[in-house]
Every structure is written in C-alpha cells, then in structure tokens.
Design a protein around this ligand. Structure first.
Ligand SMILES: [Zn+2]
Length: 316
C-alpha cells in the first residue's frame, strides 16, 4: 500500500518538476542582469545613439493646411529665457527655438549646456548662432566664418544636439557667411524685418519680427494677423525676458500677454525645421495614353543670391 502511494505521487510530481525546470531554462536564456545590459558595449552604444538623435526624433513633420504659421524664437540663450520664458511657454503648451552662441554657454547671464539640452528634450529646436557672436563685419574673413559656423555645429553635436539651421548674429549677412551657411546648414535667419512665404522660397534669407522694449502686445497681435491674412510664416524673436528696460528686453508681463496672443491666434506654432520642410506637391497630371498619373514632384526652393552684404546692426 505504501509503495503504491509513493509510486502514484511520483507520477504526479515528476512532470511538474520537469515543466518548471524547462520553463526556467528557457526564460533564463533571454534574461540579462541590469549590470550586464549596462555594460554591454552594443547596448551602451545604442543608448548613446538615441541620446544624440533626440532632436531628430522630437521634431516631427506637421500636417499643414496651407495657412499661416508662427515661430517663437529666442536669441543668445540668456538665463531669463530659461528661468522666465520657458515656464510661461510650458503653461501654454508652446515650443520655441533657441539660437545658441556656443562660446557663451555657461557664462554668467547665459544658460548652461544642461539647460539647453533639457529644452531640446522638451521639444525646443536648438539652432546655431556661431561660437563667439561677433557682429563686426571686418572679422568676417573666410577662415573666421568657416571656424565660427562650422565650429558651432561641432560644439552642439558634441553636446548631443543636431543643429541644422543657422541664425546670423546681429543679422550680419556677408556673402561668405551666406555661402558657408549653405554648406553647413539648411537655412540662415537674418535680422531683416518681414514675413516668409510658404512654402519657404528663400531659406537663406529668413526674415523676422524682433521684439524690443517698446514693442507692444498689440504690435505682436498685428504681426500674427498679417501672417494669418497673407498665409505667411512669421518668426517672432525675443532676447532677455526681464524688467530692466534695456533696449532688447521684454518685460515679464508683456511677454506673458504676447504668449497669450500667440496661443489664441489660431496660427499653428511651429519650429523652424517644421516650416522649412513644407513643400507643395505639383498637381497630378494624367499622362495621355497610359492612364497613370505623373510622379509627384516637389517644389525646389528658389534661392535668391545676394549681391551686396545686407547688415542690420540694430538687432542682436
Ligand atoms: Zn544674437
């Protein structure tokens, strides 16, 4: 009787043990400890890669209905743009673009690299603004321009930021700056007043509406109305957001009202990359005889060559 019972229990227990052992073996094959994962060179490389590609991942193409667009831009990466402007934008779910002179990062009054990286992770577009922000046209030898524009792109990349667009300090726009920007970047933003056609026809001559101390929220509202009525792209540029009455600063109250104007404008708020990549597909034309449509063509942006340097030293 005892032997029979042991025999019976054995036939119940042995299959259960075998199933448990084989399951554990199979799962164990695919399991790595956290330590193994973190120290696996391939895994680590993948993590680094995804960190450096964060800008490309964040800036998604927009769905565009042919209407006007607005971009909020901040020049020079001032501290107040991070400490004051950024929370005001976040409260309104607005993203902006930041033009960074890489040689000034970390100096007093300017953002740190970690602050700039945080903004890029939050969906802001970081653009290049040279290394040392020289506005002196006599500095602009070919070698200096090459170093300032190309070097800034390298500096940004070394901090995990891919900057495809360039903002010229003070709007200095010598022929060698334009030519170098065409080699290193997809666009050049000047300090010239105006609005940009959509799709963009002059990516190396982007115009702006710059906010200064005397600019009113009503001025900003009128710029937004113009972009809406003419179906154009307006880039609104700010410098410091503080109450010191300096020429290029904007008071915190006025800035807050201006951001309400933007949020309530009905215009789509976009990053430079999103506006620049908009293209118009040519209308489909049936080919006689085959009945198949012609391949869709995209409009090639027309670049108007500048024959004379256009300099505007009134803006930063
Ligand atoms: Zn600047």
């Amino acid at each position: 009787m005892n032997n029979n019972r042991i025999f019976f229990i054995s036939w119940l227990v042995i299959p259960v043990v075998l199933v448990w052992l084989s399951t554990n073996y199979l799962i164990g094959l695919n399991r790595q400890t956290k330590w193994q994962t973190e120290n696996n060179p391939k895994e680590s490389q993948a993590q680094i890669q995804s960190a450096t590609d964060v800008i490309d991942e964040n800036i998604q193409p927009i769905k565009w209905n042919g209407q006007g667009l607005v971009t909020i831009g901040f020049d020079d990466a001032w501290n107040s743009q991070f400490g004051v402007a950024y929370p005001i934008l976040e409260a309104r779910h607005l993203k902006a673009t930041l033009a960074v002179p890489t040689g000034l990062v970390g100096d007093p009054d300017y953002m740190s690299w970690s602050q700039i990286r945080m903004l890029s992770h939050k969906g802001w577009e970081i653009t290049s603004h040279t290394r040392n922000h020289s506005c002196n046209p006599t500095d602009m030898t070919d070698a200096y321009v090459s170093e300032e524009l190309g070097g800034a792109k390298v500096d940004l990349k070394n901090h995990g930021i891919i900057a495809n667009n360039f903002v010229s300090p003070c709007g200095v726009n010598t022929p060698n700056i334009i030519n170098t920007a065409k080699e290193d970047y997809l666009s050049l933003r000047t300090s010239g007043d105006g609005y940009n056609d959509l799709p963009v026809t002059d990516p190396y001559g982007l115009k702006v509406q710059a906010v200064e101390w005397n600019t009113t929220p009503a001025d900003v509202a009128s710029w937004l109305a113009t972009a809406r009525n003419k179906k154009q792209w307006v880039i609104i540029v700010f410098h410091q957001i503080q109450n010191d009455q300096s020429k290029y600063a904007t008071s915190i109250d006025k800035f807050t009202t201006m951001m309400d104007e933007v949020a309530n404008s009905g215009l789509q708020v976009v990053l430079p990359t999103q506006a620049l990549e908009l293209q118009v597909a040519a209308p489909l034309t049936p080919t006689v005889g085959t009945g198949t449509p012609m391949p869709t063509e995209t409009l090639t942006p027309t670049i108007t060559p500048e024959t004379t340097p256009s300099q505007n030293f009134n803006g930063l």
